[in-house]
Design a protein around this ligand. Structure first.
Ligand code: HAM
Length: 407
């Protein structure tokens, strides 16, 4: 033990738990490539204004959760609480026109009340589809995330979908909603009363006031023709792809930049307080809010911590072959054998500490390697696999192991 622990709400991710984490990241890389998304890497911190103007000054994230400081040059800097504002800033910096499909993975920072699946440093996987306003882009994004979660093996994912309108129809709806809420002001929770003035849409996702909100007017009933048509297009596209969704007229998102499509993937096996595995939506006004030319966009982000929680304990080993040496004199042979296997892409490990044979077998067990190769004085290697023993000449080892692994 050192004298220190990680700061409150942050974690060290170590083996064996990190093997699930690693698998999730690897599959994300592959899956986003399969859908045609290029990699984007943006700074972990930005000028505070990027988030104030991008995410929105009225949002809880900006008001209460940002890690903001003044750097040595006197600039106000904020650790990114989310990825979208920075990616759109980068798109605008790169010219801000045309279609760009971008994928990212990395840490985000929010000053939250920490609990399982709600951390101060957490990790997101995200995509942003910029430059296309058509519903087909929304459909692609929603489907990509949904299939990613189910491919990983998370069985219980519910896709919730809503449209929250745009600058044409939302103001009218907010007026109607405000009137409805004002009439019930006394019965609302203090939190909701506070939000009523600044951000009435957010009152809709108050858990405390759920009964009172059951009959509240919904945005979908007040969509303008263009938004309504867009929403229909998204639903039809998902139907065509066989992606099941639940329409949730009370789904609003915590960030202010959304227009039209809003969605979340709910992990129904997780606790309600942190059961959103991911979410996203369209943000056609964000580029302009950041001072750029107007550009449509839609995207999503998934939470790695929550995905790992939903996957649960998984006994995935990180090693295919563990080499055991019967005699410390054979260290050179073991080293060369390991190098040969590794060059063939076989995940190989051995004990460099020259411990007893018994201790090496214990390490082999712990590594969960399906194949253990014992190197002794004999010309042939003694292989233990599936409860059987095989004598294999050293020059055939790579062939033997790769055939076995791909069987
Ligand atoms: P968000 O809903 O704020 O959206 O975050 C997306 C996901 O990140 C959440 O569903 C959750 O899984 C995870 N997450 C958020 N906060 C925490 C936390 N404190 N601890 C652990 N996990 C957390 C966004 O961030 C948008 N940028 C998504 C987006 C991309 N919209 C359009 N493009």
């Amino acid at each position: 033990m050192s004298a220190f622990r990680p700061p409150k709400g942050t974690d060290d991710i170590l083996p064996p738990q990190s093997s699930t984490w690693r698998r999730v990241l690897r599959e994300w890389d592959e899956w986003s490539e399969v859908y045609g998304y290029g990699l984007v890497v943006t700074p972990l911190f930005e000028a505070t204004e990027v988030f104030e103007r991008g995410v929105g000054g009225e949002s809880e994230v900006v008001q209460k959760q940002m890690y903001t400081f003044t750097d040595r040059g006197g600039r106000s800097i904020t650790l990114r609480p989310e990825g979208t504002a920075g990616v759109v800033r980068a798109y605008l910096d790169a010219g801000g026109s045309g279609v760009m499909k971008l994928s990212y993975a990395g840490p985000m920072f929010r000053y939250e009340q920490p609990q399982a699946g709600r951390r101060r440093q957490f990790h997101q996987l995200g995509i942003e589809y910029l430059g296309v306003g058509e519903p087909l882009a929304d459909v692609e994004v929603v489907e990509m995330g949904y299939r990613f979660l189910t491919r990983l093996g998370i069985g219980e994912v519910e896709l919730r979908l809503n449209s929250i309108g745009d600058a044409t129809c939302r103001p009218g709806y907010l007026q109607v909603l405000r009137e409805y809420l004002e009439e019930r002001r006394e019965a609302l929770s203090p939190d909701s009363r506070a939000r009523l003035a600044s951000n009435p849409l957010r009152v809709l996702d108050s858990r405390d006031d759920a009964p009172l909100l059951a009959d509240a007017p919904s945005m979908v009933q007040h969509l303008c023709a263009a938004c309504s048509q867009h929403y229909t297009g998204v639903k039809e596209g998902l139907d065509q792809l066989g992606v099941a969704f639940v329409e949730d007229p009370r789904l609003v998102r915590g960030l202010d930049y959304y227009t039209r499509t809003a969605f979340e993937y709910i992990g129904t096996s997780l606790d309600a307080a942190q059961n959103a595995l991911g979410g996203g939506g369209r943000y056609d006004g964000l580029a302009e809010a950041l001072g750029g030319k107007p550009a449509p966009g839609v995207g999503l982000a998934l939470g790695v911590e929550r995905i790992v929680l939903a996957l649960g304990e998984q006994a995935v080993g990180e090693v295919d072959v563990y080499l055991v040496s019967e005699d410390p004199q054979l260290a050179g042979r073991v080293l060369k054998l390991a190098a040969r296997l590794r060059q063939a892409g076989v995940r190989t490990d051995f004990d460099a500490a020259r411990r007893s044979v018994k201790a090496q077998f214990r390490s082999a067990d712990r590594s969960r390697a399906p194949i253990v190769v014992v190197v002794g004085d004999r010309p042939e290697l003694d292989i233990r696999c599936d409860g059987e023993r095989h004598a294999v000449p050293p020059e055939e080892i790579t062939q033997w192991v790769t055939t076995r692994l791909h069987r």
